[in-house]
Design a protein around this ligand. Structure first.
Ligand code: NDP
Ligand code: DGY
Length: 364
């Protein structure tokens, strides 16, 4: 019997077991447990909250008993709470809120929460730390991919690409007109980076090729990154006032929640663009909508929104000067594979009591 067919059989058997435990019903949904009863007694149990590549599942299964949400859709909150009970490790994704309640439900066996993302705003890191639970994430491997997407979004917004493409398809492309579909230059512009970390630096390196003047702001100057980015430090307010494009690359924290609010938007140039590939709640979206409608700023490009997914009827989507993408910053096959692999490595290391290859920094 091949390994994959053996897994399939075990999954079928486990669906019944877990479902009778959780809902008392048979034949429902996607939760599988890829191991035998005997192994469950001996090995640490982990919860994987989303379908992952089979090779990684097999690697984890070699060390752990796996409770597996075998679906591309998010595990429902109630199921997450039930299935977290007693686990040693949790492999999670951005939509899974790993808060104090989940950590509490998991109980004293929990050693590691491993997320397939660099951002950890969906995890209560303090609650994990209080219980000596390690938190793993996936920095570096998605930096360049996310920077590429940021540049794509910047150019799409500055040069009005979605509007232009729609005009071609709708037949409103008439004769060549001098000022039809005109945007702003990325070439030679001043770009202000909010949060000059890994992705901020990678974005800056790309912008240097466009002849941009690069400013950055943050909690404090970072000389090493500033050198790599050839960027000059500014106060938050000065950066907003001087930049033709403001691009946001800080993490979502209590401090950065609604960092870009109505007051910040009013400090920007009326022609300026706001680009956000960090997290939706860093921007006060209602204030942004108002600023885009009344001309406080020129336009916005968002890879991240509040909520996600943004409902198709959301007012932002009616605005020609707002480009919205569905959180695809790291979405290349190679990068997502690398992220999934690191998340598996972090999980296995954590349950075995080893140092995580990519642990969230303790000062967070
Ligand atoms: P880093 O930690 O390398 O960089 C974050 C930077 O933000 C640091 O320089 C940090 O500086 C700075 N920062 C922290 N707090 C503030 C603040 N209050 N004001 C301004 N700057 C601040 O992270 P990455 O570059 O790897 O990732 C950044 C974020 O991008 C992630 O947290 C995630 O939310 C998002 N992301 C989104 C993706 C997408 O698909 N759209 C893909 C990948 C990441 P310091 O700590 O020194 O103050
Ligand atoms: C992250 O990793 O934080 C992104 O939002 C998804 O790649």
């Amino acid at each position: 019997m091949s390994y994959s067919s053996s897994i399939a059989q075990k999954r079928d058997a486990r669906i019944c077991l877990l479902q009778s435990r959780t809902t008392g019903q048979m034949g429902r949904a996607n939760l599988c447990c890829c191991d035998t009863m005997a192994r469950m007694d001996k090995q640490p149990t982990v919860l994987i909250t989303r379908r992952i590549p089979t090779s990684l599942l097999q690697r984890i299964e070699a060390e752990c008993t796996v409770r597996y949400w075998d679906s591309d859709d998010a595990i429902p909150r109630q199921e997450l709470l039930v299935q977290a009970a007693g686990v040693t490790g949790i492999y999670c994704l951005i939509p899974d809120r790993i808060d104090a309640e989940v950590v509490e439900k998991a109980g004293p066996a929990l050693r590691v929460v491993s997320t397939m993302s660099v951002g950890v705003d969906h995890i209560d890191v303090a609650a994990c730390r209080a219980r000596r639970v390690a938190v793993g994430h996936t920095p570096d491997v998605l930096t360049e991919t996310t920077a590429d997407l940021t540049l794509a979004l910047m150019l799409a917004t500055a040069r009005r690409l979605p509007e232009a493409i729609a005009a071609v398809k709708e037949g409103s492309w008439g004769t060549w007109r001098p000022f039809w579909m005109t945007g702003i230059d990325l070439y030679g512009s001043t770009v202000g980076i909010v949060g000059l970390g890994r992705i901020g630096v990678a974005v800056a390196r790309r912008l240097l090729g466009f002849g941009c003047n690069i400013l950055y702001t943050g909690r404090h100057p970072n000389e090493r990154n500033a050198l790599a980015a050839q960027a000059s430090f500014r106060s938050f307010d000065s950066l907003l006032a001087e930049s033709d494009i403001v691009t946001v690359h800080c993490p979502l924290t209590a401090e950065t929640h609604h960092l870009i609010d109505a007051s910040a938007l009013h400090k920007m140039k009326r022609t300026a663009l706001l680009i956000n590939t960090s997290r939706g709640p860093v921007v006060d979206q209602d204030a942004l909508y108002a600023a885009l409608v009344d001309g406080t700023i020129g336009g916005a490009g968002l890879d991240v929104t509040t909520p996600e997914p943004l409902p198709p009827v959301h007012p932002l989507l009616t605005l020609p000067n707002c480009v919205v993408l569905p959180h695809i910053g790291s979405a290349t096959v190679a990068t997502r594979r690398r992220m999934a692999t690191i998340a598996a490595d972090n999980l296995v290391a954590g349950v075995l009591g080893r140092p995580l290859p990519f642990a969230v920094a303790t000062e967070l």
